[in-house]
Ligand binder design. Sequence first.
Ligand code: G3P
Ligand code: CA
Length: 241
Amino acid sequence: MAIAHRGASSAAPENTLVAEEVARRGGATWIEDDVQPSKDGVPYVMHDSTVDRTTDGTGAIRSLTSAELDALDAGSWFAPSYAGARVPTLAAQLADLRERGGNLLLEVKGAHSEEEVGRIVREVRAADMTDRVFVQSFDVPSLRHVRALAPELPLGLLRDAPDADPVAVAKDLHLASYNVSDRGLSTRPELVEELHAAGVAVNVWTVDAPTRWKALDELGVDGVITNRPAELMGWISAHGS
Ligand code: G3P
Ligand code: CA
């Protein structure tokens, strides 16, 4: 399965609705994004802790109000033709996916309080998208908050390097998937079989090279998170098992 990392982020500005649309038109049914709150507590789709790299503004996302974030241009930095793309709220992205199709691999980016996670959960439920959202995070407390507040949402733990005992961690956190970096998995490829035997899926990030797609396909991983979803969909069609 192809999962579009921040949307089709090799072809469009990451974490925008246009990147999501490009991924969808390229055949990806899963979009990954990153969510963080504004100063006034509204969840927005953005990867970095500041808006500097991916918008025409400056400052920490948590220091900017939703009115300030709504005024930013999130497309021009990538290419002039994307001028006017906005930083989407999570609510806007969920509404767009619901209407136009697709599922969301939603990364709770950085540490979140229980209240902040509660706002995310409320928005997913309000959009009637609980069956099309899969939550992932590097932040273990955030995953525990999601589990406590919304046990219906499947959970993935993001890891750069694998834990000593990923199966034990998966059981403790009630994980549906273990989402490990390609580099990390390369050090212990046998983990795919071990996690599968425990009923846990394995998704790997962020993989753009066909040689690695082939290796991961042979290992039997469940999902590949990529900046090049259309190319991966084509590759799966031609070569995937
Ligand atoms: O989905 C995995 C990947 O997004 C984790 O890294 O830094 O791109 O959020 P990052
Ligand atoms: Ca991410």
